[in-house]
Design a protein around this ligand. Structure first.
Ligand code: PMP
Length: 351
């Protein structure tokens, strides 16, 4: 009864090893002050949770629209942007047309395509992690995919692809999704295109700005496109507590989120500079709240040794083009220092 396309899948894996310093999931380092906790407590305790939540998340959409500089009618909210990637994979083009994306990248584009039985067209990045324009255009002409997904900045490489290349690829008549999960750390966006064109949408998420546990993703599109995609949205997909907490955080405590985003951007520069001083360590440029680095030693070994020192990063060395690479998220300054110290110890031990 279960078809091959499902049997062939493996469940989504994520790093769950417990560690004192967790720099493996690209979350925002933020400790909520008592004042915030008290306010959230009040709001959550007044939820009539025998009732369904607002199916339109109308008030939350108003605040997100204000923060992102768009109109609520341009928005669809998802249970994380993961769910929105699934909605796009369902709504754009017929299923006999595939989905194209560069690799390595965020795995959900491929997973959603596989679940639906859509062809996955994977185009390896260049050595500098930018898009291989000729390979993209040739693949599109040969295989006629309906959707292109670009993680912008790209997870796990950390860079934003060339804007001109993305525009050129879009001219090949492929519906273009800019997944701007890390926008707040890059400042680069295709928002104007998403608001004015029928072939472009932008994805954002509250997960990387301190609210990962609430599971709120944001799709931004022209009103008529948003209206169509909204038809596949499951009713009540944003829970009552998530709507309530996100509203308070964005309306009353956004300054805290912004402060911590600025801290991460400062830390990115500091930690990358410190790390690149270490002999044999290569640090790759980043527009995100994480970056890639490699050492002269096997990445799986460095990963394990860092865990022994109480620091968890992500081993991404099994991905195409990333031999020897590990991905580390920026944390609080003291967590980043713990990472740097641990790595120095590990490198000494291994040499
Ligand atoms: N897109 C990218 C590029 C990501 O890295 C992630 C999370 N790691 C997501 C989407 C999913 O985010 P969310 O928590 O909103 O589902």
């Amino acid at each position: 009864m279960i078809p091959k396309r499902i049997k062939d899948l493996s469940p989504y894996k994520t790093e769950t090893t417990s560690c004192k310093v967790r720099l493996s999931s690209n979350e925002l380092p933020i400790r909520f002050p008592e004042e915030v906790k008290k306010r959230i407590g009040e709001v959550v305790s007044s939820i009539p949770f025998n009732r369904y939540p607002d199916p339109y998340s109308a008030e939350l959409k108003e605040i997100i629209a204000l923060r992102f500089g768009v109109s609520p009618n341009n928005l669809i909210l998802g249970n994380g942007s993961d769910e929105l990637i699934q909605y796009l994979s369902i709504s754009i083009g017929e299923f006999d047309r595939g989905v194209i994306y560069p690799i390595p990248t965020f795995p959900m584009y491929g997973i959603c395509a596989s679940v639906l039985g859509r062809e996955k067209i994977e185009v390896p990045l260049q050595e500098d992690f930018d898009l291989n324009l000729d390979a993209f255009i040739n693949s599109i002409r040969e295989k006629n995919p309906a959707i292109a997904f670009f993680s912008y900045p790209n997870n796990p490489t950390g860079n934003c692809f060339s804007e001109e290349k993305i525009r050129r690829i879009r001219e090949e008549k492929v519906f273009t999704v800019l997944d701007e999960a890390y926008y707040h750390f890059s400042g680069k966006t295709f928002l104007k295109d998403a608001l004015s064109r029928e072939d472009t949408v932008v994805l954002r998420t509250l997960s990387k700005i301190g609210l990962a546990g609430l599971r709120i993703g944001v799709l931004i599109a022209k009103e008529d496109i948003a209206m169509e995609i909204n038809k596949v949205r499951l009713p009540f997909n944003i829970t009552y507590p998530s709507q309530a907490i996100a509203k308070v955080m964005l309306a009353e405590f956004y300054f805290l989120i912004e402060e911590h985003i600025r801290m991460v951007i400062r830390e990115r520069e500091r930690v990358m500079k410190e790390l690149s001083k270490l002999e044999g360590v290569k640090v790759y440029p980043s527009d995100a709240n994480f970056f890639l680095f490699s050492t002269p030693y096997p990445a799986d070994l460095v990963h394990k040794e860092l865990i022994k020192e109480g620091v968890l990063v992500r081993d991404v060395s099994y991905l195409p083009g990333l031999r020897g690479c590990l991905r580390v998220s920026l944390g609080f300054p003291e967590e980043n220092d713990a990472f740097l110290e641990a790595l120095i110890k590990v490198l000494k031990r291994l040499c």
